[in-house]
Design a protein around this ligand. Structure first.
Ligand code: KG4
Ligand code: ZN
Length: 341
């Protein structure tokens, strides 16, 4: 079975072709980034994003088909939320038209579920119960998975998402957009111990997060101490901020993993591409919960892409998936997908 995955929830047009396994194999994965379009505005402009998706989606499909040597498509999977409505509409309508034209079934996929399932692109043998730390531009969640399709939201951010904090701090430091990759780059030459920044909610007895105070703490540091934003100070502030965010993310993940006797810790979302987070999470798991395994998607499958949408669809089709293919029980906060009619 060949699944076409379509992702247009934000500012990346992603199209992928997946051959179902086990193990599944990505035949092609084309992503068209809109960084240049949104950079002058310092963030994503929804209507510009939708126009760019509209322009790029057909060429992306053609490229994906060519790279995969034009296989016969059996199922179309498309992100139908959460995300920017104008952007989502482009992908969903494109998918519907394609499904009608090819007379093939279509399934709507939840974007967060897609990020979680990106882990199955690299390992089809993940042991449950698993705990997934989802860190993207719009979400920061700790999701407990007892089996395929069974989710329990243990905690989430009460304000900004982790990726959003990276983006906002980058703006404060005059580093431009998107902030995550730029901050991550600048931290390599920075001293993460130089600026004392808070670790919000690290000792609270729950699995929620808060990142807006951390961003404000960076702002006050700059203003109150009249820090000049030269190369060295920017590198040190970036490194100190990144370490504060990582400390909280890892502390809460380890605590939740211990409490729920987790067999595998998963990482996902755009911030999962952060090298320091990946390295430190691995180290901490080995040290604190040595019996647990860990799994992270390859870097190119952390940020938005069509392959993660296609692999999610492949699991939803299997009998082992707890809920039926089209009628998926919704966890209030995950708002999992329904059939697109
Ligand atoms: O999952 P994603 O591609 O889109 C959403 O679903 O939001 O995540 C995008 C977020 C952005 O906030 C971006 O700054 C962040 O992921 N990001 C990173 C890195 N690469 C992307 N954050 C930290 N370090 C990175 N290397
Ligand atoms: Zn995403």
């Amino acid at each position: 079975m060949i699944i076409l995955g379509i992702e247009t929830s934000c500012d990346d047009t992603g199209i992928a072709l997946l051959k179902c396994g086990p193990p599944c194999r990505v035949l092609s994965n084309v992503v068209s980034s809109q960084i240049k379009i949104h950079a002058p505005y310092g963030g994503v402009v929804p209507n510009l994003a939708a126009r760019a998706h509209l322009k790029n989606i057909k060429p992306c499909l053609e490229q994906a088909l060519k790279q995969a040597h034009h296989p016969k498509i059996d199922l179309i999977a498309v992100t139908h939320g959460p995300g920017l409505i104008p952007s989502l509409l482009v992908g969903v309508n494109f998918a519907k038209a394609l499904a009608y034209n090819l007379q093939k079934p279509i399934i709507g996929i939840n974007h967060i579920e897609g990020h979680i399932y990106a882990n199955w692109l690299t390992n089809s043998q993940i042991s449950f119960p698993a705990l997934c730390l989802v860190v993207s531009g719009g979400h920061t969640q700790l999701v407990l998975m007892k089996n395929h399709g069974q989710y329990q939201l243990l905690g989430q951010t009460r304000d900004d998402a982790a990726g959003e904090a990276f983006d906002k701090v980058a703006k404060l430091l005059g580093l431009g957009y998107p902030g995550g990759p730029i901050i991550s780059q600048r931290t390599k030459k920075g001293d993460s111990t130089r600026f004392d920044l808070p670790r919000p909610m690290i000792n609270r007895n729950n699995f929620d997060f808060s990142f807006s105070g951390l961003k404000t703490a960076v702002l006050y540091k700059i203003k109150n101490q009249a820090i000049k934003l030269d190369q060295k100070n920017v590198n040190d502030l970036a490194a100190s901020f990144q370490q504060a965010a990582i400390d909280v993310l890892i502390a809460k993940t380890i605590k939740a993993a211990k409490k729920h006797k987790i067999k595998t810790v998963l990482l996902s979302g755009g911030v999962a591409a952060n090298t320091e987070l990946r390295k430190q999470l691995k180290q901490e798991i080995k040290k604190e919960i040595p019996n647990a395994k860990y799994q992270m998607p390859a870097i190119n499958f952390c940020t938005d892409n069509g392959a993660m949408i296609a692999i999610t669809a492949s699991y939803k089709k299997r009998p082992a998936f707890k809920q039926s293919w089209f009628k998926i029980q919704t966890d209030a906060n995950l708002q999992l997908s329904q059939k697109i009619s």
